[in-house]
Design a protein around this ligand. Sequence first.
Ligand code: DX5
Ligand code: ZN
Length: 220
Amino acid sequence: MPSPHKTILAPSILAGDHANLRSSLKVIEDAQLDWVHLDIMDGHFVPNLSFGPQTVKAMRRDSKLFFDVHLMLDNPHRYIDAFLDAGAEQITIHVEPDYPVEATLHHIKSKGCRCGIVLNPDTPAEVGKPFLPLCDIVLLMTVQPGFGGQSFRHDVLPKIEQFDRWRQEMALNYRLEIDGGVDLQTAPLCTERGADTLVAGTAFFKAAGQRRFIQTVTGR
Ligand code: DX5
Ligand code: ZN
């Protein structure tokens, strides 16, 4: 069922202009949106490299947007303080690599930063359940992480419903974020199942009809 939270569209700057990230941040601000999704990739956990804390810190100087940092790293626990120092306001960490997930969530929270877990498309929902009481947000990947512009994986839709049910049954209040292949067609499939935070790279930065897409997702 639809989420109790207001729907947020979080453009992924991975699809922005990497020769001029300031201009891409301005595109988001000019669209009257509040969040930017920052995809951090290490070339190990995912087969791509993006950018690190130094770049995030530089963007921080230019923008008042809410920095939603998605760590696609084998060892995210080693980089939490660097991204906190860079200005992250929310950090999501994957449950798949072998590192102390719960302790890392506690560490992020202890620094006053919002935290959450990320599950890849093939990771069963049950793997994320133990961490839910610690989460301000749960990020479900609807593509295999590493690249923008991939096709939405409809087989993840039941997982959205599952985390929405657990949110209700456990009386928790986490946001439910969807990331990968979100566009005019797939966004409603997510929100009608309880998702309330949608990441979009290609659909926001590279597709026609940006205004209509924003209107469809946020209703504003
Ligand atoms: C993929 C990233 C996504 C991606 C979304 O690894 O986590 O945030 O940038 O891009 P689109 O919306 O183009 O699928
Ligand atoms: Zn992402």
